[in-house]
Design a binder for this molecule. Structure first.
Ligand code: PLP
Length: 375
């Protein structure tokens, strides 16, 4: 298998730990181990007394139980734990797809969601999120026109990275209906779920579709990326069995300490999500004022869900050059649409971090120092 470079991870590898003003991050503000343990009385002693051995390949029963509680129709037998979200994307695509299969992938999207399928040899059709007057939207009817006799999988990311677009529940059910009619599976990366900005919770795809495979993680909405705990939920037991066998070759099992800490976090799921959502809302108010002030320079696509938005800058300079110059000259990190192979002068901005206001101020100062030609 020949994988193309993961453009986003290569770019972050260069800047994420050196740029002082991170304005594009997709994970919510993290917490210390001490802060996390303070949520659950007695958890410090449990942690200190825990043994550092292997855990079950599919994840500890306690953790799978807590994860299953997030769903309406899943129990712990429907869950397999992995290392972060990247491992289950890789493993699922590898056990599920063959090179003769056709895949429809939402676009733009986190690269591995179509790149692994492409590396396997599958034909991949992009189902593109469109820019409208009111922000990003998708044409659900268009989906059916992409279906071919060998379409095996529709791959979605809901809420979406990078656009902050989210399907309504009615749209999700319509997509499930189309997939059911054509006997196609849906893999939905739902790592930003729980951060719906319209206040309306969406279901997980695995809860509404018997051939739905949902991806969840502690990294993003919970802000606990260092735990490296992610999971797959599905009612398809064959997929779970095949993924277990694949995991024997990748990580075998997750870290027992991380599993334990994830149990603590998930027992306080609502509390953590509410806190993170409040910070995103606060940062978005600041962003609202900023984009209003510079409305000639930007098209502001306020995120519908999740901690990121994908906005347009109306300048002549190619977005890649602008973003490179920005980080080199001002230390402010944004992500250009070139990283997503998406046409247009778009950049990703992140709203989940506590340093947002200060980073935005540096961005503004830098913009004012330039002699930008607005087009
Ligand atoms: C949509 C999406 N899926 C998966 C991942 C990978 O997550 P993790 O770092 O937990 O492996 C990311 C990370 O940015 C992401 O944005």
């Amino acid at each position: 298998m020949k994988l193309n470079d993961f453009k986003l991870e290569v770019f972050f590898g260069k800047h994420e730990f050196t740029a002082p003003y991170l304005l594009t991050q997709s994970d919510c503000e993290s917490m210390t181990v001490k802060e996390l343990l303070a949520l659950e009385p007695g958890s410090m002693d449990t942690l200190l007394g825990s043994r550092l051995g292997y855990t079950e390949v599919t994840g500890s029963p306690e953790l799978r139980n807590e994860i299953a509680k997030l769903y309406s129709n899943m129990d712990k037998e429907n869950i397999i734990v992995h290392v972060g979200a990247q491992e289950p994307i890789f493993n699922f695509m590898n056990v599920f797809l063959n090179k003769a299969d056709h895949v429809i992938s939402q676009f733009p999207v986190y690269q591995s969601l179509f790149e692994v399928a492409r590396a396997i040899g599958c034909e991949v059709t992009k189902w593109t999120i469109k820019q409208g007057d009111q922000g990003w939207f998708m044409d659900i009817d268009e989906l059916e026109s992409h279906i071919k006799p060998n379409t095996k999988l529709i791959c979605l990311n809901n809420p979406n990275n990078p656009t902050g677009f989210i399907f309504s529940e009615a749209e999700m059910r319509k997509i499930a209906e189309i997939a059911r009619k054509h006997n196609i599976y849906i893999f939905c990366d739902e790592v930003y779920k729980g951060l719906e900005l319209d206040g309306i919770k969406r279901p997980w795809f695995s809860d509404i579709y018997e051939k739905g495979v949902s991806l969840g993680v502690m990294s993003k909405a919970y802000g606990l990326a260092g735990l490296r705990i992610g999971w797959i939920a599905t009612s398809d037991h064959e997929i779970l069995t095949e993924m277990t066998k694949m995991k024997h070759y990748t990580s075998i099992c997750s870290s027992s300490t991380s599993e334990l800490l994830s149990v603590v976090a998930l027992k306080h799921s609502n509390e953590i999500l509410t806190k993170n959502l409040a910070l995103i809302e606060k940062n978005l108010e600041i962003a609202d004022a900023f984009f209003k002030k510079y409305s000639n320079l930007f098209i502001y696509n306020r995120p519908q869900a999740g901690p990121i938005g994908f906005h347009k800058i109306n300048i002549e300079m190619p977005i890649k050059d602008f973003v490179d110059k920005l980080v080199e000259e001002s230390g402010v990190l944004l992500l250009g649409s070139n990283i997503y192979d998406f046409d247009g002068q778009y950049f990703r901005m992140g709203y989940g971090r506590s340093g947002f206001e200060a980073s935005l101020k540096h961005f503004e100062d830098y913009l004012l120092s330039l002699d930008l030609k607005v087009v």
